[in-house]
Design a protein around this ligand. Sequence first.
Ligand SMILES: [Fe+2]
Length: 421
Amino acid sequence: MSTPHPVFPLHPTWESPGTHRVPFAAYTSEDIYRRELERFFYRSHWCYVGLEAEVPNPGDFKRTAIGERSVILVRGEDLQLHVVENVCAHRGMRFCRERHGNRKEFVCPYHQWNYRLDGALQGVPFRRGVKQDGKVHGGMPADFKLEEHGLTRLKVATRGGVVFASFDHGVESLEDFMGPAILGYFDRLFNGRKLKILGYNRQRIPGNWKLMQENIKDPYHPGLLHTWFVTFGLWRADNRAELKMDARHRHAAMVSTRGEAKKQSDVSNVSSFKAGMQLEDPRFLDIVPEPWWGGPTAVMTTLFPSVILQQQVNSVSTRHIQPVGHDAFDFEWTHFGFEDDTEEMTERRLRQANLFGPAGFVSADDGEVIEFSQQGFEQKPFHRALVELGGREVGDADHMVTETLIRGMYEYWRSVMEKED
Ligand SMILES: [Fe+2]
């Protein structure tokens, strides 16, 4: 859904060198969006593509996307992981339509050009033409070389069972990309245990993709918007919390520890809070602490630009951001557990997953506020948002009453977007 909008320069007007006021044009300009795709999704960044457990066997593949470009994560015969672009080298067709499957090779249905799982072109029908009346007719030119026409291959990195890829073969290492602080939280969740895929949620949210990053860099809203969280004690503004960023402030971790004491009503300003409300099925909150948590009960990590890593008590998932135009993105949730989970723990994770996804008790709220934010931006694209909670500066924090992580993300965003090419 594209709304007609005024044309904006590539550099929206910021009111100051700071990022505590974000121009709405950053969400409404198609030109800015095109530059974001180039600079964040297709260059210098690692983007999430999936979990190794999604493609355990030789030939297993998963179709996914980096930015707006369709790519395929596939495990080769030698168990190597490859990520190739889903565009045939011949006439450019997006040849792979299935989400998941198993193949010995990729064949474009249009003219049957076929590729090895690592993307190398292995066969072209009628390459040497047809023989008729003792003469050869047609075929590819004599100097046509298979090896010059493979699929675009991406650089691949894996850690703890999570797979990232980049179109940019000069990209820094995945570890440097995350930086030590964020890497610590990444390794806490993906500490080498084998993962088990529990299922997917998919939704298209009609809002700018950055709003989803912002949503998980915003500890201000959960205790106010998410009445479910507040009512059932999963999020309180006085919970112990830490907000951490990488050195460039593009990634972040929101770390919180659920308190036990006090009545929720003591710290809640939510008008819809109902002290006496009970769950029909209390098993939604059958929380069992796990040894690997090491203290925090929830860590929400944003890896810029493409993924959110969720641990909210026993529910763990990746949330993949796939932009579709400046005003929408596809959001894919992969709920997982661990191979050594008991049957009971798997059931528990699945039950708690009801809080999340498009119709989740909690996450349905986020999809809606993102949609309505985009509507506000589109009707008033010359205006700006206010991001001043907790001051106008950027830095780690030990409480939740601050929008510092959003200011940090835009500090990085400006540094990349405003660079001359
Ligand atoms: Fe939220």
